[in-house]
Design a protein around this ligand. Structure first.
Ligand SMILES: C[S@@+](CC[C@H](N)C(=O)[O-])C[C@H]1O[C@@H](n2cnc3c(N)ncnc32)[C@H](O)[C@@H]1O
Length: 239
């Protein structure tokens, strides 16, 4: 059995209990490089073989899957394993080889970031939709950036896009976003070195120019956290 385990955004305690139990009975842990917190490896079965897949090719990873098909192999990946994770490609191989697998969900970076910023993504009268996306880089995004930015009443979270932030800002301004639209960047959410940069479309770029790595861009009016409508959830007027 291969278990795809979501490691969470950085704080090792953000793995799920189910994910931790899978690690504790693993014979082999194949993890995806530096974004997987090292503490999680320490919490694994002490007899497990532990390998970093960072420089491996798909063929090498698939060979390990095949060799360990009758053992407990944990494929430990950052955040939630169903987002930007090459999971589909790995599953395609397992299905072809008829190797059993399970997927254990987890906390994606977007939720590490919202907790770090102490914000809610869904604000009555402002945004009831959360879009997790990326600015097109080497990997094409079939949804043009214009279409994503047209969803101006949504909460936008951009993964893998920090080095493309100027392109994002330029497009948003061209499309008529006010310059003071809130835009925040969260670097290494939930890690000890976590940093939150708060600004707007006019000011954020300068504040984050030195970040090259692990960060999310949050964009939209929701960041003001000001309800335009009262929430009905606890209203005494509604039964
Ligand atoms: C290959 S994707 C993996 C995403 C992961 N599966 C998830 O659900 O969070 C890596 C990107 O996720 C974002 N990311 C991952 N962990 C993060 C964190 N702790 N803080 C901010 N951004 C993070 C960054 O944009 C990074 O470039």
């Amino acid at each position: 059995m291969i278990s795809f385990v979501s490691a969470g955004p950085g704080d090792p305690e953000l793995i799920t209990l189910k994910g931790l139990k899978a690690l504790q009975k693993a014979d082999f842990v194949l993890f995806t490089g530096s974004l997987v917190p090292k503490e999680l490896l320490k919490w694994s079965n002490p007899n497990a073989i532990i390998k970093n897949s960072y420089k491996m090719s798909y063929e090498e990873i698939f060979e390990i899957f095949k060799e360990n098909r009758n053992k407990n192999l944990v494929r430990l990946q950052t955040g939630d394993v169903t987002l930007y994770s090459t999971l589909a490609k790995q599953i395609e191989f397992l299905e072809k080889e008829k190797i059993e697998y399970e997927i254990i969900p987890g906390v994606s970076a977007a939720f590490g970031a919202s907790s770090a910023c102490k914000i809610e993504y869904t604000i009555p009268g402002i945004s009831q939709t959360l879009i997790l996306t990326r600015v097109e880089g080497k990997t094409p995004n079939p949804e043009p950036l214009e279409n994503i930015l047209r969803c101006q009443n949504s909460s936008l979270v951009f993964y893998l896009s920090i080095t493309l932030i100027d392109e994002l800002i330029k497009k948003a301004l061209e499309m008529g976003y006010p310059k003071n639209t809130p835009c925040w960047v969260v670097e290494k959410a939930s890690w000890p070195e976590e940093k939150i940069y708060k600004g707007d479309l006019e000011t954020i770029s300068k504040k984050v120019s030195s970040i090259k790595g692990v960060a999310l861009i949050l964009l939209g009016e929701f960041l003001r956290q000001k309800e335009k409508l009262p929430s009905y959830l606890y209203s005494q007027k509604w039964s």
